[in-house]
Ligand binder design. Structure first.
Ligand SMILES: CC(C)(COP(=O)(O)OP(=O)(O)OC[C@H]1O[C@@H](n2cnc3c(N)ncnc32)[C@H](O)[C@@H]1OP(=O)(O)O)[C@@H](O)C(=O)NCCC(=O)NCCS
Length: 280
């Protein structure tokens, strides 16, 4: 393809190139010399004020996404449509909770023995069952780690109010693991003081479901959800003598920060080790 340089150094860009690059009258091109040749590169020009506004919008959106409060746009076209102030297609909300009838699985996977395993976001109606499950898990897994008297007096509804208000206020979100229709695992996640950091508050399986690879399966979906919400780091603390859980988190690439915290349980305080994972 050849071009003629006309008076006042003018040239005409061939129509087929204009079409191929989606250029039209009024578009801007950057021109520069490169290796003895001339390059023309299409550019979009924004005022500094417009760029600052865009930066602020992106930062606010990132924060909302991390807290699960924002709708998501389905494709890149929708993102640009929104940035350009055009009508965007309907957004798909981040599913903090799934429909009442629970037909839509977040993740549906085949468990040990081919049983139907379903992983989904928890809803407020689940709080009773989640609390019961956590209590059953504590009574078994923490026997010998936490005082017997505390475990014996622990009621099934111990966490109901905490879960209900946490879910309502969006301080937490939770996921459940089901086998058939039965809840066999639950995990609670919450905010930290760092915007893009999530706290894996708890991860529990029913005692009889431990050691079958279900924890690993469940955790993989939980981590996907963290990433979907744009968190870039997960922190957790675990009782220093809970060796099985520590092994589990290490296998799932959590780093021992060497930091410890004192966690109150009933009248006593227990040393917990802090682990973290960068979500790349
Ligand atoms: C933490 C917890 C959720 C992890 O679940 P888990 O079932 O123990 O962990 P996994 O899914 O990785 O299963 C691993 C074990 O199952 C065995 N396993 C059996 N079948 C398996 C399979 N198909 N795939 C993978 N592992 C399998 C593994 O060999 C492994 O044994 P190991 O623990 O001796 O190394 C679970 O132990 C639990 O609920 N613990 C009590 C509560 C608790 O302490 N929570 C953490 C504090 S918040």
């Amino acid at each position: 393809m050849f071009l003629d340089i006309r008076v006042k150094s003018q040239i005409t860009i061939p129509k087929e190139l204009m079409n191929k690059l989606g250029l039209s009258v009024g578009d801007k091109l950057e021109i520069f010399e490169e290796d003895g040749g001339i390059r023309l590169v299409p550019v979009a020009m924004y005022s500094k004020q417009h760029l600052d506004e865009l930066r602020q919008e992106v930062a606010a959106a990132q924060e909302k996404i991390a807290l699960g409060e924002a709708g998501a746009l389905d494709n890149l076209g929708a993102v640009f449509a929104k940035l350009e102030g055009k009508e965007a297609p309907p957004a798909s909300p981040i599913p903090v909770a799934l429909p009442e009838d629970d037909k839509t699985a977040e993740g549906e996977v085949s468990g040990a023995g081919g049983s139907r395993i379903k992983i989904r976001m928890a809803q407020e109606k689940d709080v009773g069952r989640i609390s019961n499950l956590i209590a059953a898990s504590w009574k078994s897994a923490y026997r010998g780690l936490v005082e017997d008297s505390y475990l014996d007096s622990l009621r099934g509804d111990h966490w109901v109010e905490y879960l209900r208000s946490g879910l309502r206020n969006r301080d937490i979100f939770a996921m459940v693991l089901q086998e058939g229709g039965k809840m066999i695992g639950a995990s609670i996640l919450g905010k930290t003081t760092q915007k893009l950091e999530v706290n894996l508050i708890s991860l529990y399986l029913l005692p009889e479901k431990i050691g079958q690879g279900l924890g690993r399966l469940f955790y993989a979906e939980i981590e996907k959800e963290m990433r979907r919400r744009s968190f870039n780091k997960c922190v957790l603390d675990v009782l220093e003598r809970n060796e099985r859980a520590i092994r589990f988190y290490k296998v799932n690439d959590y780093e021992d920060t060497q930091r410890t915290i004192l966690s109150p349980v009933g009248e006593k305080k227990y040393v917990c080790r802090v682990f973290e994972k960068i979500l790349r």
